[in-house]
Design a protein around this ligand. Structure first.
Ligand SMILES: [Zn+2]
Ligand SMILES: [Zn+2]
Length: 375
């Protein structure tokens, strides 16, 4: 491969002392010119590869340094092997460098083409997720230009058939490469696949046929939505080529963490503190719930780690199924400090309460706790 030995600076057309930015700009310019789908030069594919290889070396500080001091031989000694691009890879490579849509690839063959999807995100609280909510989400979407109805041609004029491809949108192209001669049909470089060209571009969109518009999208978020779920709003994405469908908008919903309630599927989980005395004699506690608070009766004799389940007080099911439960974990607290008098009283009470009082009768006891732990 004699051609591989060409000086990399010469290939990119930059001085040896060129800055990183100059190298990048030179590469971008050449890559655009030489892209096999655009260039009419027969050796464009080959030159594109050389340019890509030169950029691969000169854009990397260490490789560039090695190359500056020891040349191609130095790079080989250092174990560097340039990426070998297949002709088919070039389109992918180009997309990787420049992003999609630089050259309209849909064109004639893109009868089924539609506009690209657009994504947005919205944050809501747990209470909003509980009730469901309508939100407005700002979106930036490409819309069809109304002045030219997407044709890109100034009203009163019309796009004309492309003389290069006679309206086919594609041309036969012979490219010379290290693998031999390739004949391939590629997108017409003149009309970029459209089959027509605009001689008097529309004043409003400069011939693009599309404009970027800021739009407020009304999104109905259903009750019971889960964190991370996406809502698809059909036809609210970017406009596609004229006559095609717009893409969809995908709105990702983030349900913010609630400091009082955790969520487990459709169930809600709360923790309430209970003194040792209340746990023994029973009480009523106020428990946070998604739609306010509820009063929960605690029977006498609940144990540390007990979970009370309030049926149907969790989140609504987003698909309309059974509503979840509210699971209340009881955090039974034991005094950490007692003065001598309290200590004496507690000892006395402790002696009064015999072993019998601690016995597990089953009802609300160990098995119930075991069961509730698996609910
Ligand atoms: Zn227009
Ligand atoms: Zn053409």
């Amino acid at each position: 491969m004699a051609t591989a030995e060409r000086d990399y600076y010469e290939v990119l057309g930059v001085a040896r002392g060129a800055s990183d930015d100059e190298i990048k700009r030179a590469f971008r310019r050449l890559a655009r010119e030489l892209h096999p789908d655009v260039s009419t030069e027969p050796d464009a594919a080959d030159r594109f590869k050389q340019v890509a290889q030169a950029y691969e070396v000169l854009s990397d500080r260490q490789r560039r340094d090695t190359y500056d001091r020891f040349g191609h031989a130095g790079l080989r000694r250092g174990g560097f092997a340039p990426t070998e691009f297949d002709l088919g890879d070039i389109g992918d490579l180009f997309t990787a460098f420049f992003g999609e849509g630089l050259f309209g690839r849909t064109g004639r063959s893109g009868a089924r083409a539609r506009g690209a999807d657009v994504g947005a995100a919205v944050e809501i609280t747990l209470a909003e997720a509980f009730h469901g909510i309508e939100v407005q989400v700002p979106l930036q979407v490409a819309v069809t230009c109304e002045r030219c109805h997407g044709s890109g041609a100034e009203p009163g004029t019309a796009p004309v058939t492309c003389p290069t491809c006679a309206g086919a949108g594609r041309v036969q192209q012979v490219s010379q490469s290290v693998f031999g001669q390739f004949v391939r049909a590629s997108t017409c470089p003149h009309c970029q696949g459209a089959g027509t060209i605009v001689e008097s571009p529309c004043e409003r969109c400069a011939g693009e046929g599309r404009l970027v518009e800021e739009r407020m999208l009304d999104v109905e978020i259903p009750a019971g939505i889960h964190d991370g779920q996406r809502i698809r709003v059909q036809g609210q994405g970017h406009s596609g080529p004229p006559g095609s469908q717009a893409g969809d908008a995908f709105v990702q919903v983030r349900v913010l963490a609630d400091e009082r309630l955790a969520r487990d599927g459709d169930d809600l989980v709360a923790v309430v503190g209970l003194t040792m005395v209340d746990a023994a004699i029973g009480t009523t506690v106020t428990v946070p719930a998604a739609d306010g608070e509820i009063e929960l009766e605690i029977p006498p004799g609940v144990q540390p780690g007990d979970v009370r389940v309030v049926r149907g007080k969790g989140m609504p099911n987003v698909s309309g199924g059974r509503r979840g439960d509210l699971r209340v974990h009881l955090d039974v607290r034991v005094p950490r400090r007692l003065d001598p008098e309290q200590r004496r009283l507690l000892l006395e009470v402790g002696e009064q309460i015999g072993e019998e009082a601690y016995r597990d009768d089953g009802e609300g006891g160990f098995f119930e706790r075991l069961r509730s732990a698996f609910r």
